[in-house]
Design a protein around this ligand. Sequence first.
Ligand code: ACO
Length: 443
Amino acid sequence: MSTTKSVELATPAAETFTLTENSTGRTFELPVIKGTTGPNVIDVRKLYAETGCFTYDPGFTSTGSCASGITYIDGDAGILLYRGYPIEELAEQSDYMEVCYLLLYGDLPSVEEKEKFRRDITYHTMVNEQITYFFRGFRRDSHPMAVMCGVVGALSAFYHDSTDITDPHHRMVASHRLIAKMPTIAAMTYKYSLGQPFMYPRNDLKYSENLLHMMYATPCESYDVNPVLARALRRILILHADHEQNASTSTVRLAGSSGANPFACIAAGIASLWGPAHGGANEAVLNMLEEIGSKHHIPEYIKRAKDKDDPFRLMGFGHRVYKNYDPRAKVMQKTCHEVLDELGMKDEALLELAMELERIALEDEYFVEKKLYPNVDFYSGIIFRAMGIPTSMFTVLFAVARTVGWVAQWNEMVEDPLQKIGRPRQLYTGETQRRYTPIDQRG
Ligand code: ACO
């Protein structure tokens, strides 16, 4: 029984690709494989055996690491589909539980399926009470992402009964546990940093409302969840739920390819997400906007971003895959305006600064030529800030949202009959073999 929708992985195309070794004139026929849409791939699996050469592709700019039926991106057209559904339609019409079901199981749920799934997730939201003591080992001023990596990694020590990856039931329970417990752990990292008591999840609340409750309620006072904020958070969760073979997802797959348990794999994904070139960018965008401070300073920062000798980059701009407007950034920009309007903060100086920065960058020859557009992180930080969420928690909330994507991709990998341990090779540029010199004979 498979946990996820099984995927027709790929079909060999009639065409082949011919490689010629100029020095000998030898030719090699490489099969071409077609997906359902998007670029074909050249199958190089037998390349080394037949030619004695590896491929060289640092950063994997031309490498398809797996076949996947979950998420499709057309970076030139600015299209993002989850299981075939456009992100804009899902953000507008769906809710996060439904999107989780879709990503995990491959199709939108029926009413009964959705209700069952919602219950399965809701009844896994509490964490083992012992985890509360685990938290106490961290400094109060730890970065919440540091705590997140540690606590999520530790889940495998608490939930042994769902770590047998060869058992589909274990895989399903672990998947549900991860999706359910991430908001609880995220809120606990926040409460711990404030020195406030942890709040237990509430089964009468929806996923995003429950997350806000666990972050903002206290045992002395209930917290009435603002529907505008809950809706904005739901949208942010949907927009971040999956994104094909990005750095953190590839990390989860690589960690999982050795047979590691899913809790350990997701902890590895969290570590990768933390970096400022990936999920840490939303935090970096706010820090950057605060550093720029005023519209008058924008030209100076644009100049710095274009200077090759200056490491400064315009955070929230550019993407490995999108060479067009990131479709998630468009929804995020709209949500940002809605949230600030409804909270009576439409004159928020940071939003004005962000919009002016975007306007100037999009007209600048450097950014136009390199096809650098705002990415999803450009506006999410401003929304989080308006919601009263501290900057250090931004990437944590991204991790909560992305957990379903990591879990869906991990399940797909485990069930892929072609799956092998991920073990890339290299272009060696070090010393060739040499003799050991005893220390007293070294010059
Ligand atoms: N500001 C200024 N110049 C940039 C920027 C930027 N934000 N992004 C890319 N460039 C330039 C590079 O200097 C490079 O110029 P060159 O060709 O003259 O050397 C060119 O554009 C291509 O950039 P690369 O770094 O080679 O592209 P890559 O695909 O490796 O990187 C990345 C993509 C990491 C997202 C990059 O655009 C970046 O650092 N952006 C800022 C960080 C950010 O916003 N990250 C969030 C990504 S979205 C996400 O993870 C959810």
